[in-house]
Write a protein that binds this ligand. Sequence first.
Ligand SMILES: Cc1cc2nc3c(=O)[nH]c(=O)nc-3n(C[C@H](O)[C@H](O)[C@H](O)COP(=O)(O)OP(=O)(O)OC[C@H]3O[C@@H](n4cnc5c(N)ncnc54)[C@H](O)[C@@H]3O)c2cc1C
Length: 428
Amino acid sequence: MSFPSQNAAATNPVATGKKIIIVGAGIAGLSLALSLRKQWPNGPKPPFLSIYERETREAILGREGYSLSIRGDAFSGGIQVLQRLDILERMLPFSPLALSSRRGSFNLWSTDWKSLLKFPIASDDGGSSPTGMRIARAVLRRIMMDAVCEAESGPDPINWNKPCSKIETLPDGKVRVYLGDGAVDDCDILIVADGASSKIRAQILPEDKLQFTGVVCISGTSTFPDGQVPSPVDTDWGGVLGGGGTGLFVSPIDQNRALWSVSFYNETPRESLRYPIPDDQVESILQEALERGQHFDQPFQSMVRSTDPSTLMVFNAMDKQPFAHKDCPGFGNSSIIFIGDANHAVSPFAGNGANMALLDGWGLAEHLIKGEAMAAAIEKYDRESIPRSAATVKQSHWSISMLHATGLKLFLYRLMLRVVGIYLRWKG
Ligand SMILES: Cc1cc2nc3c(=O)[nH]c(=O)nc-3n(C[C@H](O)[C@H](O)[C@H](O)COP(=O)(O)OP(=O)(O)OC[C@H]3O[C@@H](n4cnc5c(N)ncnc54)[C@H](O)[C@@H]3O)c2cc1C
């Protein structure tokens, strides 16, 4: 996948002096806000940004316990965006392995934790910047939020606890945003970054719904005494194959926490559960995870037994294909652009949704700066974003198939991984 280039700005960028509203201070919305400020050229009047976020800052930072893979490989590019935004350095100290000599690796393991395939995290230039990192989602977002506040003069540009309930295109092409408290706000350009269950997508493209991938996940964060996260999850992360139809993903979060996620096919979606889950249900969910994961060797059992109950989740892996903006009703009469999961939601099996949200923000900002006409800028953005997100959805379905394979299918996947491993070692 190609990383957007930094070409020259237009003499009169399409976003010059415009009022832009971003709905959702998630990874995509914050990436766009930072990218516009970072790439804006000297001369033209910068746009005025206003961000509406449904949650309070405290709620967002308080409960997001899981960690994310931010990647710099050819199929991704989140690391490069963070580098260009000058915030990667601030994140590295919170990604314990990124700066250590034991940077760890992404693995596919057998149930006894023998590595079938391994991708070590390298340094891109022999220097200190890694080619990938695991980082707590809350930390990534905090650093991005702080950077947005620093980049804007005046009060916090993020309007917290302000859900957007609907939008309306006005006769002059402006977009009116209706907020949960009854207030309205008009803008020239609306960026929809309100995540996988986007309310605005449901309004504009009601048929374009999330699809159940067929897989249910039970996940949690285990807490261990400082520095005693069991091997190999103290340094390495990845998936375990061969669990009799049950998949397992594990990852370190920091010195004393690690994440586990057990997954399995189910005919229908299950009721999603998150904090607060009643105590008696916590026990039965943990028991279910242990039973479903009976084929996995230690430290799986220790991880499940050390789960912090407030981090336990049961959720359905959902996704949807990306859509082109030219297919939205009213395209060309107003400027409404969907980025991140609001456009192309992917399940955790992609391990790439946050990376694409970062890339969307950077790439769209570039086209709003390089382009002089809005429709053309959006079409150029779509030409970059749609292929990479469609490929990610496809790859996630493949990961699902591999992690839950049994019988002959499992045998063939293992064989393929060995061949790939030999090839990669041969290539050095
Ligand atoms: C368990 C799990 C593990 C994952 N692991 C990885 C990984 O390893 N690597 C990776 O790259 N990706 C991973 N992902 C995917 C990644 O988290 C998402 O793709 C990414 O967060 C999408 O960013 P976003 O900004 O589009 O949406 P979000 O991060 O969901 O942000 C949307 C924001 O909009 C706000 N909002 C929602 N509705 C409204 C409204 N009506 N009005 C105002 N604000 C609103 C929300 O509160 C939120 O702050 C994982 C996801 C899960 C669930």
